[in-house]
Design a protein around this ligand. Structure first.
Ligand SMILES: C[S@@+](CC[C@H](N)C(=O)[O-])C[C@H]1O[C@@H](n2cnc3c(N)ncnc32)[C@H](O)[C@@H]1O
Length: 331
């Protein structure tokens, strides 16, 4: 077979060049010998030393678990196209018709995605005050604790005991960009700290509250893990804390019930401070209901509000979106 032969130090540059030219032969292992690297090519390439040699054949790696999973052909079209990855744990939503093939799906995910060590299936909706969901083991190690990396921070958590969504990483970065050094932040529903820890890298002080003792336990561990000394974890109902802190920025990441805590948020933000509110809204009218509630609460308290930004954060359910409203409070 035809090969391009280059000194080892030029190997990476050459590989890129051959890929760019579309002449690198697929399905063969690159060969190394005596300080040189040999690439299999489909045709002669100018400017390189060309030789004839044999290459070992290799199986091309599948890109998706769907290429290797064993399920009846008639059900293949129902295979989930994506899944959440938290640290080295994959969480997949399996449609009813494929429930009997959970293990096969889990094994296929482990085979294709080498960095994943545990595969779990969603066993219900996010529910309760702690906003957690039941998860079922499909394949891999029998553990549910993992270390997740996001936006340059590390977060340890148990996916069965606390709420965490990797899909909010971009939204958290948006808030990080808006925050300023010197600010005091109040993260009302902090969970294991994805907002708090990230913002603490920039601002002066973060009060991080959560009702779930597991969330606060991991939050404390994550503060240590990220070598921070400006996060104050608070275990308990945010109603008891609100009004006792004066923050430049308040984060209300409890979309299901945030409307019930607007009073607490407005009492905790300083005059001219900003509240980041989250909710769920129907596609046809994403923001109105939330904005009416925001204005009504401000009126009751004798405050003024100014909406700064409205955003669709991500799809939540059919025709429903997770939305964000940033507003300033005037006292
Ligand atoms: C949707 S999760 C968000 C967690 C975190 N901010 C994140 O992005 O991963 C909402 C969190 O609010 C907490 N929570 C619910 N009601 C609460 C309350 N009354 N006081 C304090 N925390 C509460 C839950 O335990 C849960 O961890």
């Amino acid at each position: 077979m035809l090969a391009v032969r280059v000194p080892r130090k030029e190997a990476e540059k050459t590989r890129r060049k051959l890929m760019e030219l579309g002449v690198l032969a697929r399905g063969y292992a690159v060969k190394r010998e005596a300080g040189f690297v040999l690439f299999p090519v489909t045709e002669p390439v100018e400017g390189f030393q060309l030789i004839e040699t044999d290459f070992k054949r290799v199986e091309p790696r599948p890109h998706s678990y769907r290429e290797v999973v064993e399920v009846p052909e008639s059900l293949r079209r129902l295979l989930p196209g994506s899944f959440d990855v938290i640290g080295d744990v994959a969480i997949v939503e399996i449609p009813e018709e494929l429930k009997g093939y959970g293990r096969a799906i889990g094994e296929a995910i482990l085979r294709v995605h080498r960095h994943i060590k545990v595969v779990l299936a969603k066993g219900g909706n996010v529910s309760g005050e702690y906003r957690v969901r039941k998860l079922l083991h499909l394949a891999g190690e029998r553990r549910t604790e993992t270390l997740h990396r996001e936006n340059g921070i590390r977060l340890k958590l148990d996916v069965t005991r606390v709420y965490f969504s990797p899909r909010l990483a971009t939204e958290r970065m948006r808030i990080f960009r808006k925050s300023r050094p010197g600010e005091v932040v109040f993260d009302m529903f902090a969970g294991v700290g994805p907002y708090s820890i990230l913002l603490a890298k920039k601002v002066k002080l973060v009060f991080a509250c959560d009702l779930n003792p597991w969330a606060v336990r991991y939050l404390e561990e994550n503060v240590r893990l990220n070598r921070l000394n400006n996060v104050v974890p608070v275990l308990g109902d945010v109603r008891k804390v609100a009004g006792k802190v004066v923050a430049d920025r308040v984060i209300m990441n409890l979309p299901k019930f945030a409307g019930r805590f607007l009073r607490e948020a407005m009492l905790s933000v300083r005059d001219g401070g900003v509240v980041h509110y989250y909710g769920f809204g129907p596609e046809e009218d994403l923001f109105s209901e939330h904005e009416e509630r925001i204005r009504a609460t401000a009126e009751e308290l004798g405050f003024g509000v100014e909406v700064l930004e409205r955003r669709k954060v991500r799809p939540y359910a059919p025709r429903q979106f997770n939305v964000a409203i940033d507003f300033r409070v005037w006292k």
